[in-house]
Design a protein around this ligand. Structure first.
Ligand SMILES: Cc1ncc(COP(=O)(O)O)c(C=O)c1O
Length: 389
């Protein structure tokens, strides 16, 4: 594991580096890609071997006997998260944006409301709207650089047309690892308003030292409304495999979900399954442990540099590698601070408003890159805002 190694991704058909010029006007020749949530690190050897084995065999036909694949998922959830999964409760989707879209399709109708706690991962709102449902934005409170819920306000917002709530746990952006009390409050909210609760836990392995992720399944009394979503893809940097798991304990919800998958003719891509069997292993676990320590070092370095710029505040990440940075204190317009980051610093970040209400004054920076690039990014940001020093 050499997370310091710079691997040149330019010209390899990856969205993060190869499309930043077109989207942000930042050249990959001298700019830094800090947007899309994938990492600039090679996947662990065990995962790469699984792909090599396929290529070496040469025949890449349909996958059969998915028992060992389901066992690998159960092993990981039990060993890493203390969560006992029934193998028959696992569905494999084409990633979790697809998983979200399938949940919206299976459990809600056109015109229904789907609740999001914003700012939150932008693709949720995109698929909800594309499916003709309404996004109900319940804004998180920013309590001195830490997101918290405001359930009295959310209760007052509900109209009765809401059918589902999607939770991002841990939270992207903002990096919160929700406490047991917070998860219980989300569960109580879902019960009060009779909502299906979809818990997207794709970032559950990327936890900073000192914090512990609690799977939503640990909260009592919601099994009949709970849908869990997990994936290997963020954890092991294999998002291109477009593979994810929707895990549903309740038999009625499971039947509805299975019916939609059948109607859409969905079955998984074998490469995602081979990679998951290899990744969900002791070797994969050791790699993730090292990765989290490295990411923690990156976020400390980044936060120290960013927070030294007057008026700039990076949220202290408890999980994920996505720094969520508040520029409100600079007193600049969004256009001005964005232009300084993109044009002066030549960094391509995600823009806050795409994450919904509350994201207006933020940019999101992806820190999953070799440390020398984080040092570079901090230097560029300090220079771009040097008149504020
Ligand atoms: C919360 C969350 N869910 C889902 C995804 C993407 O899932 P997939 O690539 O499996 O569609 C992301 C990617 O950043 C994410 O942050």
């Amino acid at each position: 594991m050499n997370f310091d190694e710079i691997i040149d991704r330019r010209g390899t058909h990856n969205v993060k580096w190869d499309e930043m010029q077109a989207i942000y006007g930042v050249s990959p020749d001298d700019g830094l890609a800090m947007w899309v949530a994938d990492m600039d690190f090679a996947a662990p050897d065990c995962v790469r071997e699984a792909i090599h084995n396929q290529a070496n065999h040469g025949v890449m036909g349909y996958f059969g006997n998915d028992g060992p694949y389901r066992d690998a998922i159960c092993w990981w959830m039990e060993n890493r998260h203390g969560w006992s999964v029934d193998p028959k409760s696992i569905f494999t989707t084409h990633g979790l944006v697809n998983g979200t879209a399938l949940c919206v399709d299976a459990f809600t109708n056109v015109g229904d409301g789907v609740v999001l706690f914003t700012p939150v991962y932008h693709a949720f709102a995109r698929v909800i709207r594309a499916a003709g449902r309404n996004v109900v934005e319940c804004q998180l409170l920013n309590n001195n650089g830490r997101y918290e819920y405001d359930f009295d306000a959310y209760d007052a917002q509900m109209t009765g047309s809401e059918r589902m709530v999607i939770l991002c746990s841990p939270h992207n952006p903002g990096g919160r690892v929700w406490s047991k009390a917070e998860l219980e409050a989300v569960a109580a909210f879902a019960k009060r308003h009779n909502l299906i609760l979809v818990s997207d836990e794709i970032h559950h392995d990327l936890i900073m030292p000192g914090h512990t992720h609690i799977p939503m399944t640990k909260i009592d009394g919601i099994e009949d409304r709970l849908v869990m979503m997990t994936a290997t893809t963020k954890t092991f940097n294999i998002a291109g495999s477009h593979s994810g798991n929707v895990i549903i304990a309740d038999p009625d919800l499971r039947a509805k979900f299975a019916a939609r998958m059948a109607a859409l003719g969905l079955s998984p891509n074998s490469f995602g399954l081979f990679m998951a069997m290899a990744a969900y292993s002791p070797e994969g676990a050791a790699w993730v442990d090292e990765l989290c320590i490295y990411l923690d070092g990156n976020r400390r370095l980044f936060d120290e540099g960013a927070n030294a710029i007057p008026g700039v505040k990076s949220m202290a990440l408890e999980s994920t590698y996505l720094a969520w940075v508040d520029f409100e204190g600079t007193g600049m317009t969004r256009d001005e601070f964005t232009s300084r980051v993109q044009t002066a610093a030549k960094i391509a970040p995600n823009h806050g408003p795409s994450f919904g209400l509350g994201g207006e004054n933020f940019l999101r920076f992806n820190l999953a890159t070799p440390r020398s690039r984080i040092e570079d990014a901090v230097g560029r940001l300090k220079a771009a805002f040097s008149d504020l020093q």
